[in-house]
Design a protein around this ligand. Structure first.
Ligand SMILES: [Zn+2]
Length: 341
């Protein structure tokens, strides 16, 4: 089996000083992240975004040093990513940053509103604000309301129920309206400039591009691209325009996208994407597969490190992903054989 590469999808990279606070809500910490990157550099070739494009497009291109590769990517255009970009730059690594673009309208992306409302108001405060938002936005509280008792209810369960409302139960425009109400009436009351706390700004993006990092699309508001059946204008606004926005800020061609939420149901197949646009050369999901020469460039996999993952955990995850990928290939071979018999 020829060599391939593993994609990684990071989100929050928080300062170590916050380690004891909300360890599960806010992803990885800086020192852990640095350990991860050192391990990738020791055992793999860390690919630049341009090298991954070359890997997919040029069949003669092989990963340098006869090694397997690792590609580091970040989703959601979080303010943390500026610091992450500096750390990587110091370590000689270039990464992909997939960035929702609604910040240019002065608004944060959907899941980031959820994270920060939970962070600032805890689950009970979130539920209060949510119930008020339903009322204000004319959404049925009988149908969509939730109740939460901090001493008896499992807060992880209620968080799951709420996230699911915004992602799949509500239509995209209703979800957006309710979340922006919570942003205006919750986060704007406790932060002077919440957008700057949550997301990268244009200046930071320009500087990160100057460090040699690449940007890619992640939709405008972080809505599931495949789950909502966008019409042409909706698709243009949510998926195509972000490319133009990022291109104008960075002065570079934007040729990649990572699907928000990234599961199969959130992502187009390569054929479905090609039927809508030919503007993307690379598209990343969160399917746990090793990306190989015959992996479609519009259906590349990534692993999302959890907040508990050590460098060793991720290295053993890579081994497991490789095994699964090989098993998948064997199955395909068997099927092909059956077909021809
Ligand atoms: Zn995302």
């Amino acid at each position: 089996m020829k060599k391939g590469y593993y994609g990684l999808s990071y989100h929050y990279i928080r300062p170590d000083a916050e380690k004891k606070q909300f360890p599960r809500l806010f992803g990885n910490h800086e020192s852990d992240f640095i350990e991860h990157v050192k391990a990738y550099q020791k055992h793999y070739h860390v690919l630049t975004p341009e090298e991954t494009l070359q890997y997919s497009e040029d069949k003669n291109y092989e990963i340098p040093g006869h090694k397997e590769g690792v590609l580091i990517t970040f989703d959601d255009g979080l303010n943390d990513h500026y610091r992450a970009a500096e750390i990587l730059s110091d370590m000689g690594v270039k990464a992909f940053f997939f960035c929702p673009t609604c910040f240019v309208d002065g608004e944060p992306a959907n899941p980031i509103i959820i994270h920060y409302v939970l962070y600032k108001f805890r689950v009970s405060g979130f539920v209060d604000l949510y119930m008020k938002a339903l009322e204000a936005c004319g959404v049925s509280r009988e149908e969509h309301g939730v109740s939460y008792n901090a001493s008896t209810d499992d807060h992880w369960y209620i968080i799951k129920v709420l996230k699911n409302k915004f992602k799949t139960v509500f239509k995209a425009d209703i979800a957006r309206k309710v979340l922006l109400w919570m942003y205006d009436h919750g986060l704007k009351k406790v932060y002077e400039n919440p957008l700057e706390v949550m997301h990268l700004n244009e200046q930071q993006i320009r500087e990160m591009a100057a460090m040699g990092h690449e940007f890619g699309g992640h939709s405008h508001t972080h809505a599931s691209v495949a789950l909502h059946s966008y019409d042409k204008a909706g698709f243009q606004k949510e998926v195509i325009r972000p490319q133009q926005i990022l291109s104008e800020i960075t002065g570079r061609e934007i040729y990649s996208i990572s699907y928000p939420f990234g599961r199969k149901t959130d992502s187009f197949t390569p054929a479905e994407m090609m039927a809508r646009t030919d503007k993307f050369k690379l598209a990343y999901t969160i399917e746990k597969i090793m990306n190989k020469k015959d992996t479609p460039a519009l259906e590349l996999g990534r692993y999302m490190p959890t907040s508990r993952d050590s460098a060793d955990d991720i290295l053993s995850m890579f081994k497991q992903i490789k095994q699964n990928t090989i098993a998948g290939y064997d199955q395909k071979l068997v099927l092909n054989k059956k077909d021809s018999e």
